[in-house]
Design a protein around this ligand. Structure first.
Ligand SMILES: Nc1ncnc2c1ncn2[C@@H]1O[C@H](COP(=O)(O)OP(=O)(O)OP(=O)(O)O)[C@@H](O)[C@H]1O
Ligand SMILES: Nc1ccn([C@@H]2O[C@H](COP(=O)(O)O)[C@@H](O)[C@H]2O)c(=O)n1
Length: 232
């Protein structure tokens, strides 16, 4: 997956904020708020893995099949329409994503695009926020600020359940919890780029914090690392 050079490239070195954490920890919510506040571009890297997983399923393949997963990853490109599909938000897509994500060739195929987004944020933005599982450890080990957002699996399952209910998607609480445990196990136990905090990450346990409190703490941490303050 490669990205062409645009004529809007940022001449100065872009500020990179890496936000990692397990499913439904709130990293996507936080990343978008940080990007908006600092005028940075945001990349939800989970979408890339979800697109690869869904592509394999649609081709009638098994996401755990290394060859099929690698083929789908090499065929993905930044303008691919699948990246905009709501179908990527389903639990089926999440489970498929975490299977293809364990395939080294898949991770290698998606690496260049993520690094290029970080070093040359689209639209000439002065910085980029990337969220995922391995941003601070593998994709952007030199990121100026790294956060690892986490919460207990029970709290995360409850948040996801409420989100599904808000969206009118029927869900069984015990299934949501078990699916989250299965995904946590696959993501943290895989051999390549497992989910874990970078040694220099600020670990933020959000189990008892609301989104505003998490945002304030993240802004303070980013400020301490970069000297930047939010524009608004
Ligand atoms: N601190 C918080 N307190 C309560 N709910 C939160 C908090 N942060 C996020 N949420 C809610 O929890 C749900 C999951 O958040 P979000 O999608 O940001 O998590 P995520 O880590 O990006 O998940 P995924 O990895 O599955 O994409 C959303 O409904 C969101 O509104
Ligand atoms: N940097 C990343 C991002 C995601 N993954 C895998 O994709 C799955 C879906 O991610 P979400 O953030 O959308 O929940 C996730 O469970 C991981 O398996 C990854 O490996 N690395």
């Amino acid at each position: 997956m490669t990205q062409p050079l645009s004529n809007q490239e940022t001449p100065a070195k872009a500020v990179v904020v890496a936000i990692d954490g397990p499913a439904a920890s709130g990293k996507g919510t936080l990343s978008q708020r940080i990007a908006d506040a600092f005028g940075f571009a945001h990349l939800d890297t989970g979408v890339l893995y979800r697109a690869v997983g869904v592509s394999v399923l649609r081709a009638g393949g098994d996401p755990a099949d290394n060859a099929a997963a690698a083929r789908a990853a090499y065929e993905l490109h930044p303008e691919h329409p699948i990246l905009q599909e709501v179908a990527l938000r389903t639990d089926e897509a999440a489970q498929a994503a975490s299977k293809v994500a364990a395939v080294p060739e898949v991770r290698a195929a998606l690496l260049d695009f993520q690094r290029r987004f970080a070093s040359h944020p689209p639209g000439g933005a002065p910085g980029a926020v990337l969220d995922g599982r391995d941003i601070g450890t593998v994709v952007c080990p030199d990121a100026q600020a790294k956060l690892f957002v986490t919460a207990s699996v029970e709290v995360r399952a409850e948040r996801r359940l409420r989100e599904l209910q808000r969206r009118g998607i029927p869900a069984i609480p015990s299934d949501v919890l078990e699916d989250m445990k299965a995904r946590d196990a696959r993501d943290s136990q895989r051999a390549v780029a497992p989910l874990r905090p970078a040694v220099d990450a600020f670990v933020l346990d959000t189990s008892a914090l609301d989104a505003d409190q998490v945002f304030s703490m993240a802004v303070a941490h980013i400020g301490s690392k970069t000297g930047l303050k939010p524009a608004a």
